[in-house]
Design a protein around this ligand. Sequence first.
Ligand SMILES: *Cc1c(COP(=O)(O)O)cnc(C)c1O
Length: 384
Amino acid sequence: MSKLGFSSLAIHAGQSPDPTTGAVNVPIYATSTYVQEGIGKNKGYEYSRVSNPTRTALEESLAALEGGHSAHVFASGMAAIQAVLMRCSAGDHIICGSNVYGGTPRLFNQVLSRFGLRFTYVDTRDLGAVEKAFAREGNRTRLLFVETPTNPLMELCDLHACAALAHSFGAELVVDNTFMSPFFQRPLDLGADIVVHSTTKFLNGHSDGLGGVAVVNTEERAEQLRFQQKCTGGILSPFECFLLLRGVKTLPVRMRQHDANGRRIAQWLTTRRQVERVFYPGLTSHPQHELAKRQMTGFGSMISFETGSLERANHVLSKVRLCSLAESLGGVETLISHPATMTHAALGAEGREAIGITDGMVRISVGLEDPEDIEADLGQALLG
Ligand SMILES: *Cc1c(COP(=O)(O)O)cnc(C)c1O
């Protein structure tokens, strides 16, 4: 299948017609176990924590889209990130971007650090700072964990350079690619070793199911993640796998429209006098616009903007009607949120200030509605 284009892979990779009925879609194999013909004789499936045919189809599909060796799906994005980290041992050091999804440092600091893993947070825009963090630890750093663009500040890091740096210190580069999806950014092609996603977001695309995936580039890493699935059991159920397979088929068309709407709304926001600053990598005013053009093939639909104060942000969020005030992102509907009190509340005021998240900041995940309707809604909410 490797010669097919991205859209063809999104529809066909891992999914051939059902051999018994000809059904074009992979059935939901609602089974926990599989009858064996004799001792050690089976059709490749023994127990659904280990593997399930609906999950196999999804894993093959996601591996093809990221250009990886294999993909391993979990019950949520956090479960996928945890599985990647559970390959480490007490004493191992991990360098993590200082501006990542709020749940990631919560898992690292409040759960995994109790098992002896050690974490250092670095602004990954600054490669010199990343190198210093590696050098301080000798060769004890096991992973460099980054997100690009980041949530909610839309800061980028140079994946090619991060991969080279990690490898020079004998570490792996792990990239959370949730915001871009493989349609706009393929970290494995740029040298990353593992890509993780909250499939809850753009890969699913319809805000109707949670999920996570880790895509790896070697059989050795595949073996490690299969072992995590089997040992810790945080796998994705066959029904959720089916929903995700269905969502992924339209990933290219959705992402093209998300990107078109995102560019338009970001540009429009820059013309509003009530908006002090717009954070979107597709704007030529974005400080890393050149890097964005180099390592991404689109800019997506995640935008943050500065209203100037908590009161102004609250005003906008309470007046929107078409846009829904909600956490999460990447669905067909436009979602709007307040990072300081929602996704990044756990960081505390000081933590937020250190990375530049203000009380007046609003984040939008631009959906697939008509862009003039989104503009009209935001326009009336910004007034007054
Ligand atoms: C949502 C999100 C996660 C966590 O995923 P869940 O599916 O909610 O567990 C991780 N990283 C990023 C960038 C996210 O947006």
